[in-house]
Design a protein around this ligand. Structure first.
Ligand SMILES: Cc1ncc(COP(=O)(O)O)c(C=O)c1O
Ligand SMILES: N[C@@H](CCOP(=O)(O)O)C(=O)O
Length: 475
């Protein structure tokens, strides 16, 4: 499988060649040249597979430059019950992504049972193992530069700590993550982990990462790698759990399923879009945003108008406080029939702080063909949804999952199961859960007292020059 850039001005490359980098040299995002297709017979064969076997079956169609036995071993080592150890008492602890039935036709897909209690572990643990394998093969090291609004950062740091030849430089918005998220990252004392709190919002951090990635000389000199979902491998790994969730709630491939996805950077729902393009019978992909509702605005109006840092709100689902959704470019690439010239024209506006409107050229009307719909949630909605879920189903959910559930309920259809992706465990957002329920959510015993551990981090202005200097000084 070859990978091409959404902006069409970079050479096509193999998976291992795009694994370590972020943006393509032309500023675009890598996409598979074509989507592998899973037939009805394939789906039937995959239905009963373990998570690891399913992951191998899907990923081996996207990765053909790692020997099959090696890829199989990497996947098997990643998706084990020991790595994804947390499970609610009513769930099967050996299931990597257990499904919880809330009521007839409504399910929660638990994606947050990994080491950092968020769905990011699903892909990041695999990335850690893939990086280690590929780096050893080519005898190289890497300095990962990432941006986080709270969960990618800790997932990356837990996946990469102790890995030979890998250092992590993680930018996060200063004082805008939950107490748990902050402590989970900043309490790490490993020499290869560098936490940098940026005076700004997540989008400022992501812009800094993109600017460094766009400086080809600096990128090559300092071997800069990426772990954000601008890295295709993240999206590829996330495709797997849509298949797993689909099989968990259906008996035959003739059934359709809808998924509700708490969204910010559009990486998670982009993986759902890819799964659908590969032949998974998905009816709707419900994009659920918080008050930072740029994506909801697009799917309702056809206008994509990213907001400035000053216009980006600090909410009680802080990991979704994002106004410039990176992976949206991947979806638009498909929407415009993979016409990279059109993508370049649209993003030349976005990259200059502008917006675009897909109504005039008739493209917005085509969005319906992809099953994408949207809605948004605010603080009052999410508090009420957390209370309702607890009262009706006896389940405590986090604020992001609550945004997903709130919007999911607006799009339920008879005979189409709705699966809400649980993107984090409530323990990560304890203060908000206490506000909603008046009691603390449970957390794994190993993480008790996390917030009291000593923290190590540096504070920085949102400056590309400053982060370049910081990396230069440390490596
Ligand atoms: C808990 C949680 N929910 C939802 C999201 C949004 O996912 P995405 O950025 O892939 O749209 C994130 C961050 O990405 C997150 O950390
Ligand atoms: N919500 C994310 C933001 C980064 O998203 P990514 O999927 O592009 O890595 C976070 O928690 O850091």
């Amino acid at each position: 499988m070859r990978y091409i850039s959404t902006r069409g001005q970079s050479p096509a490359l193999n998976f291992s060649e795009i694994l370590l980098g972020g943006l393509a040299p032309d500023g675009g995002l890598y996409m598979p040249e074509q989507y592998p297709q899973f037939s009805d017979a394939d789906l039937s064969a995959m239905r009963q597979m373990s998570y690891a076997d399913l992951a191998y079956t899907i990923l081996s169609r996207l990765i053909d430059d790692i020997p099959a036995a090696d890829l199989k071993a990497i996947v098997a080592k990643t998706y084990t019950p020991e790595v994804y150890a947390y499970a609610r008492p009513s769930q099967n602890a050996t299931d990597i992504t257990p499904t919880l039935k809330l009521e007839d036709g409504l399910y929660l897909l638990s994606l947050s049972n990994g080491p950092t209690l968020a769905f990011k572990d699903m892909a990041m643990q695999l990335l850690g193992n893939l990086f280690e394998y590929v780096l050893a093969k080519v005898g190289q090291t890497t300095n990962i530069l990432g941006a986080t609004s709270g969960d990618t950062g800790s997932a990356a740091e837990y996946a990469m700590r102790g890995k030979k030849g890998i250092s992590v430089f993680m930018l996060s918005p200063h004082k805008k993550m939950s107490r748990f998220q902050t402590a989970q990252m900043f309490s790490l004392q490993d020499d290869n982990i560098h936490n940098i709190a940026v005076k700004g919002v997540f989008d400022d951090c992501q812009d800094m990462v993109k600017a460094v990635s766009n400086d080809a000389e600096f990128k090559a000199k300092h071997k800069i790698g990426a772990v954000n979902s601008i890295n295709w491998a993240r999206v590829a790994a996330q495709v797997v759990y849509y298949f797993k969730g689909y099989f968990a709630v259906t008996k035959s491939n003739a059934e359709l399923v809808s998924f509700a996805v708490p969204s910010g950077n559009f990486g998670n729902v982009c993986a759902g879009h890819v799964a659908r393009m590969m032949g998974l019978p998905i009816k709707k992909l419900v994009v659920a945003t918080n008050e930072n509702d740029v994506l909801d605005e697009f799917f309702k109006t056809g206008v994509y108008a990213p907001r400035t840092s000053a216009q980006t709100l600090h909410t009680s689902s802080p990991s979704m406080d994002i106004s410039k959704a990176s992976n949206f470019e991947r979806f638009v690439f498909d929407l415009v029939g993979r016409d990279s010239e059109q993508v370049r024209a649209l993003w030349s506006k976005v990259d200059q702080g502008g917006a675009f409107d897909l109504n005039a050229n008739g493209l917005f009307a085509k969005v319906a063909n992809y099953g994408l719909v949207s809605g948004s949630s605010n603080h009052a909605n999410r508090m009420q949804t957390i209370r309702d879920a607890y009262a009706k189903y006896g389940v405590t959910i986090d604020t992001h999952t609550a945004d997903g559930l709130k919007v999911a309920l607006e799009y339920r259809e008879t005979n189409v199961p709705m699966v809400v992706l649980e993107t984090a465990l409530p323990a990560k957002f304890e203060d908000a859960v206490v506000e909603a329920l008046g009691q603390k959510p449970e957390r794994p015993a190993s993480l008790s007292g996390l917030e009291s551990l000593p923290q190590r981090f540096d504070v920085m202005d949102a400056s590309v020059q400053a982060i370049k200097q910081y990396i230069t000084d440390k490596v």
